[in-house]
Design a protein around this ligand. Structure first.
Ligand SMILES: Cc1cc2nc3c(=O)[nH]c(=O)nc-3n(C[C@H](O)[C@H](O)[C@H](O)COP(=O)(O)OP(=O)(O)OC[C@H]3O[C@@H](n4cnc5c(N)ncnc54)[C@H](O)[C@@H]3O)c2cc1C
Length: 258
């Protein structure tokens, strides 16, 4: 297992801003410390630390006496999880795609960001690594950046399929033709389309399945339970479904896995 070298007090500076599609602002950042991104990480992510709007200060976590990261409530209040959409090792730059939604510290910050603006971060980290699994990636707009990164870094001898529900057809990304991707457009009359599509898919020709998902909390919970009920012989760690956000709650107000 690759040793995680979390940076706990570095800053990212906006160097370029793009609007790649209807649902996102894409921000390119330079980092003031050398980033360590293991190319074998599946869906690597980091915690962005935003300035307290009252003081303008960014609060960083501390290391406790056991060298473990200790996160105070103040740090947690202004911290949000984001994925690496792209990483340029030579220039120590990373790219993050921020999904646009009505309210929230991170989405509002990203929509107003200017070149030179700064945000703190903790990470990056990856919970899972490529290990010859048949990778089944599932997600909505919040997980599309992580899924695109992972498909782009899929080792040549690995297989994957992705099930992605986007908000607009402009969010659909051109991916290499040999990759199997099932795109869906969000449909208010059919909130379960991603879960249903996945549960009706036949994976019987594949071994060593790894289900990975990032999506809204109630759908994530539904998907996790449905997969566990259907694939009773799979090891518990072969189903990794995370609530990337939860309707009506800010990050920090809900558990990512329940
Ligand atoms: C490991 C991990 C990686 C992630 N990577 C990304 C990423 O690369 N890009 C990305 O855009 N998101 C990503 N997310 C999701 C992101 O952390 C949440 O969407 C987060 O809530 C955004 O913070 P905010 O300050 O904008 O909104 P918050 O203050 O957390 O929430 C404010 C309101 O916005 C709503 N809300 C939050 N997110 C969404 C959404 N996507 N769509 C609609 N309503 C929403 C909440 O329900 C709440 O009512 C990731 C989450 C995790 C756990």
């Amino acid at each position: 297992m690759h040793e995680k070298k979390n940076i706990i007090n570095a800053s990212l500076t906006v160097v370029k801003i793009e609007r790649p599609s209807e649902s996102y602002w894409r921000l390119h950042f330079s980092c003031d410390k050398p980033l360590v991104v293991n190319p074998r990480w599946i869906c690597p992510h980091l915690k962005l630390l935003f300035a307290d709007p009252l003081t303008g200060e960014i609060a960083f976590p501390l290391l406790d006496e056991n060298n473990k990261i200790s996160v105070s409530d103040r740090v947690r209040q202004f911290a949000r999880s984001y994925s690496i959409r792209d990483y340029d090792e030579r220039n120590n730059h990373i790219v993050i795609d921020f999904a646009i939604h009505a309210s929230g510290l991170a989405t509002v910050w990203s929509q107003q960001a200017k070149v030179g603006d700064q945000v703190g971060f903790v990470g990056p980290a990856g919970k899972l690594e490529f290990a010859n699994q048949y990778l089944i990636l599932m997600g909505d707009v919040s997980a599309l950046p992580a899924i695109c990164y992972t498909l782009a870094h899929l080792p040549a001898d690995h297989q994957a399929i992705a099930f992605i529900e986007v908000n607009h057809k402009t969010d659909i990304v051109d991916l290499p033709k040999h990759l199997s991707v099932k795109w869906m457009i969000k449909d208010a009359n059919y909130p379960n389309q991603l879960v249903d599509t996945l549960m009706n898919w036949d994976f019987s020709q594949h071994d060593n399945l790894l289900f990975w998902g990032g999506l809204e909390g109630s759908l994530a919970q539904q998907l996790r339970h449905a997969l566990k009920d259907k694939y009773v012989n799979l090891a518990p760690n072969a189903i990794q479904i995370t609530s990337y956000w939860r309707e009506g709650l800010a990050e920090g107000e809900f558990k990512h896995r329940d």
